[in-house]
Design a protein around this ligand. Sequence first.
Ligand code: UDP
Length: 485
Amino acid sequence: MKKVDLVFIPGPGAGHLVPHVEFAKLLLDRDDRFLVTVLLMDSPFGTSPTPAYTKLLGESSTSIRFINLLPPLDFSPSQEVHKSFEKFMNEYIDCHKTCVKEAIMKHALSRSNSGLLAGLVVDFLCTSMIDVGNELGVPSYLFSPSSAAAIGLLLYLPTRHDEVGREIEEFDGDLVIPSYANPVPSSGLPEVLLNKRGGYTTFMNHGRRIKETKGIIVNTYEELESHAVKSLMNNFDGAPPVYTVGPLIDLKTQSEKLLFDVKERDGIMKWLDDQPDSSVVFLCFGSQGSFGEEQIKEIAFGLEQSEVRFLWSMRKPPPRDQLERPRDYNSDHPQEILPIGFLERTEGIGFVCGWAPQKEVLSHRSIGAFVSHCGWNSILESLWFGVPIVTWPMYAEQQVNAFQMVKDLGLAVELRLGYKVMNGEVLAADEIARAIKCVMETDSVVRKKVREKSEKSRLAVIEGGSSFAAFGRMIEDILRNKVIN
Ligand code: UDP
């Protein structure tokens, strides 16, 4: 039987690849009429830590395959571009257009059991690949690992720009963005939307181009983001259909074991096994989150003041002016940067680690709360396991995620909403301690609401649930759009 092929184009890096692959796996499990080809872009900062991951998945199914794109030889970003991460990434991704088209023509269209290329599934960073879809005469779909509200923010940017004709300023005040229930303070927008080095224009263009797709597939569920989802459907002229297919959480493959060297996993889990139920606060700040020495000391004092047990994933910033990921401290002796005597004083009640197996940790009975940078995956994971969050956003769209969780949804305890790591602000120990004590309250309204959302997230993805149904609609629409094309 001839099958239809979908070509996935995630942005570079594990953070983009993993949600795309989770979505692809679900699609293949759900409907055997599909084949998936995933095009892999190297990270511009060196090879991504993904070969083991893609090899295992490629070997486990004949329906999914991975094709490594050759890094473009002619990519030579100017020094200017190096100063703006977003502009740099945008140019880097753009210059893959030719090799993406060649790879699709050479590989995806030549599969023996493939009848038709049904379309491209592109990351929100890869909207320029819509051009490749157009050249090949196939539709493109947007897949967003972020929230529906964040996609609404992208769609809002060109609408607003056409009205007012200028960039957003930090002191513009409250903005009425349809995908958020409350007005969003402009100072709390992601740094990238306030920077005039190309970030704003890059993302406004992504927002414009999203409307050219045939559908927006979002890693969320209606019961979590009902306001945002409604607004995407009703507030943006010409916006394509929205499919809420989440939460997509990889509970089976435990991809982090394949993606990262989780040396400390056993030690962490064993330590958690020895802790009382719901007694530990977990601090973890995503794949890029890190703090300098001064902030590390305040966190340490804050933990001591709170008198709450803790598991702290602590990572150090990359060298100045380098676009690299943070590194673990542990090999560099964390005691050298922690307050004197901290490790001794907290022995038995605290554990400091590097990269943590976050999902396993959040699922552990001993975890009572999570101090998080509010990356969307971390939010979905904490809600899935019913663990309330303290918001400490740092970069990307995390400030608006924190705003949505606290102000729109009442699902998190506010430490900060608009914190931006690059501003160099240092949060004081007593502020941190207060937020931790507050979130650890056992009968708080937030905790109760999080438990309810946890149940709803599990119901959404099973037969009869909202995300299950949206997934079915999406499949039928992809197949129908393919016939028309
Ligand atoms: N993660 C992890 N251990 C860590 C840090 C992160 O397992 O020490 C995982 C986490 O479970 C999540 C992903 O990495 O699945 C981070 O995604 P998120 O969207 O929260 O943040 P990002 O890294 O994209 O900023």
